[in-house]
Design a protein around this ligand. Structure first.
Ligand code: NAD
Ligand code: ZN
Ligand code: ZN
Length: 349
């Protein structure tokens, strides 16, 4: 079969011929219906080097996957060949306290995981191929009625990651509150939809690209603006008494966006750093509004993915998707790099 492989750090991926996987006991092979192209893959190709994460190339890219069950390993029950499924991407040990509640992202027994701190497309072979070997059946989630693999694939990361970030801040997003979304790309535009679908917050979206802001408005943002100039004043002016955003979700994570985020935050707010833009934020007693909590988040949990798939099946969250063939995947990444993808690029093998 064909697979888009990252052979080494600081290289471009290549489409090559590899063997089709076969499932061992407890494993599942999924025929890929769609695999999303995430900006994190660009970080893998361009920014990371040995030691940055606990795993290394070579592996097949694609950590945002959905398709149909193709083959079941010995002992797998509860799934049927041909059934449409989404793949939960972070693959932990399955037995530690975190994995047992579906939080494989923060597995505390990395030595027992198939790859420490990774998953398919992140240290192990991912879904930018015709078939994907999933090392444990618990990661394979049947799609609810009304959701096809092309819509479902981006929900597993571009949906799940902002969902987790929004969900953990729900208590700070009652009616009258404001959420600020910085970066309205693959994750950010779904983040706006999730805020609209699950909270009563006013949503302000910021991006450097006009097309991204137009997408933000399509997704329900109440106000959109470009950064720089008087952006902080405009954000504050859009909140009651200029108090600022209760929750800031930074899907870029650069110096400039962290600075914008903290300057726009309300006291006792949340600033959540999702983007891996390499920026830093000085934190000291007077540099941050009182009681602002600052956190990073990594992906989301398996129970949260079930909830995101439900939002998708009910049409409350619908990623904007442009599809590409497997032979166009490298081109799709170039477009993503150039900021020319609206919403999510999804590879359909
Ligand atoms: P994307 O390229 O689709 O979107 C990024 C958006 O940010 C684009 O619309 C771009 O125009 C905008 N942007 C760039 N610089 C900006 C700036 N200075 N101010 C405002 N907007 C700016 O990327 P994506 O796939 O949505 O991923 C976003 C980030 O999140 C990446 O760094 C990615 O690696 C990271 N990510 C993190 C997790 C996690 O679990 N923490 C998961 C997936 C992706
Ligand atoms: Zn990703
Ligand atoms: Zn674990």
């Amino acid at each position: 079969m064909r697979a888009l492989r990252l052979r080494d750090w600081k290289t471009e991926p290549e489409l090559v011929e590899v063997d089709e996987p076969t499932p061992g006991p407890g494993q599942v092979v999924v025929r890929i219906g769609a695999a999303g192209a995430c900006h994190s893959d660009l970080h893998l190709m361009h920014d990371f080097e040995a030691g940055a994460v606990p795993w290394n190339p070579p592996f097949t890219l694609g950590h945002e996957n959905a398709g149909w069950v193709h083959a079941l390993g010995a002992g797998v029950t509860g799934l049927e060949v041909g059934q449409p499924v989404a793949v939960y991407g972070p693959w932990g040990c399955g037995t530690c306290a975190r994995c047992r509640v579906g939080v494989d992202t923060y597995c505390e027994n990395p030595a027992g995981a198939p790859v420490p701190g990774g998953g398919g497309g992140l240290g192990m072979d991912g879904g930018m191929a015709e078939y994907l070997l999933v090392p444990a059946a618990r990661h394979v989630l049947p799609l609810p009625e009304g959701l096809d693999p092309v819509q479902a694939a981006p929900l597993t990361d571009a949906g799940l990651t902002p969902y987790h970030a929004v969900r953990r801040s729900w208590a700070k997003l009652p009616p009258g509150s404001t959420a600020l979304v910085i970066g309205v790309g693959g994750l950010g535009h779904v983040g706006v939809q999730i805020l609209k679908a699950t909270t009563a917050a006013r949503v302000i979206a910021v991006d450097t690209r006009e097309e991204a802001l137009a997408l933000g408005r399509e997704c329900g943002a109440d106000l959109t603006l470009t950064p720089g100039g008087d952006a902080v004043d405009r954000i504050r002016a859009a909140t009651p008494h200029g108090r600022g955003a209760d929750v800031v979700l930074d899907f870029v994570g650069a110096d400039a966006t962290l600075k914008l985020g903290v300057a726009s935050a309300r006291t006792v707010g949340d600033l959540t750093i999702v983007g891996i833009g390499g920026g830093t934020l000085p934190v000291s007693f007077f540099s941050v509004p009182y009681e602002v909590s600052i956190q990073t988040t990594y992906w989301g949990s398996r129970p949260e993915l079930v909830e995101v798939l439900d939002l998708g099946a009910r049409g409350l969250v619908r990623p904007k998707i442009t599809t590409f063939g497997l032979d166009e995947a490298v081109h799709a990444y170039h477009l993503l790099q150039e900021g020319k993808v609206a919403g999510r690029a999804v590879i359909v093998p």
